[in-house]
Design a protein around this ligand. Structure first.
Ligand code: MG
Ligand code: MG
Length: 255
């Protein structure tokens, strides 16, 4: 069941999205060599608190998870793909960090993620991140009325595969509204022209995840949350919450 949002509701989601954008910008700004992942979570937490926003991450417990999620961001470093739990790990020179953050404001949710490096970057990491961002942009560009979910998936997957990267099996984006995860699922790869037709009022979180080593398999850490690459290669993740509108995609988590 897919809920179509009114223009007013989309405006309200934009406000939640602005909080997410601010939290991500603050966490990125704070990230540096020697800074811990818990400190980054604290920075995002303060942005949410100051905005009067809640966290859809904190206490979240999907079926696969052994424990409620303990933080307001996911922090996934190097070979961690997504869902990393912020801990006392202190960032090192050249680390690749993905931060994923959500917020709820006035009953509406926003969800976005960004990847970046700290210290001296490895060129391969910059290429991986740039490709994840291009895949996200391609997916967003396909998020127009009349297209189908498969067109978004195909746009994302084409960019990732052309660069030779892996695309973790079974993970992707989702509808979003009053709760963070709603129908429909938005795969990161697939044939064009398939799946649900996109209509004005649909709001989707579009979120490519790319693996440098080229494999689609992943491992789950003992914590039951963190997904890691099987070959130790690095991964990048980029995400925006996007509304389908008659005049084209509206990015609700843009700064
Ligand atoms: Mg997210
Ligand atoms: Mg998401």
């Amino acid at each position: 069941m897919v809920e179509l949002k009114t223009d007013r509701s989309i405006d309200a989601m934009r406000e939640a999205g602005r909080v997410v954008a601010r939290a991500l910008a603050a966490a990125r700004e704070a990230a540096d060599v020697g800074v811990s992942l818990l400190e980054l979570d604290g920075v995002a937490r303060e942005v949410l608190r100051a905005a009067g926003a809640g966290s859809p991450f904190l206490g979240y417990r999907p079926r696969f998870a052994p424990t409620p999620f303990p933080a307001v961001v996911c922090a996934s470093v190097n070979d961690a793909i997504v869902h990393g739990i912020p801990d006392g790990y202190r960032l090192r020179d050249g680390d690749l960090v993905s931060i994923d953050c959500g917020a709820t404001l006035d009953g509406w949710a926003g969800d976005a993620a960004v990847s970046f490096t700290v210290g001296r970057p490895r060129p391969a990491d910059l290429a991986l991140i740039a490709t994840a961002e291009r895949a996200l942009a391609a997916g967003i560009a396909a998020a127009v009325p009349g297209n189908r979910i498969g067109d978004i998936a195909h746009a994302i997957g084409s960019v990732g595969r052309a660069a030779g990267y892996g695309i973790p099996d079974g993970f992707g984006g989702h509808g979003i509204g009053r709760t963070m995860h709603e129908d429909p699922g938005v795969p990161n790869e697939g044939p064009p022209g398939r799946g649900m037709k996109l209509r004005p009022g649909m709001v989707l979180a579009i979120e490519p995840m790319l693996v440098a080593g080229g494999t689609d398999d992943y491992l789950t850490d003992a914590d039951g949350w963190t997904l890691r690459t099987v070959d130790g290669s690095r991964a990048a993740h980029a995400e925006h919450t996007v509304a389908i509108t008659p005049s084209g995609p509206r990015i609700l988590t843009a700064p």
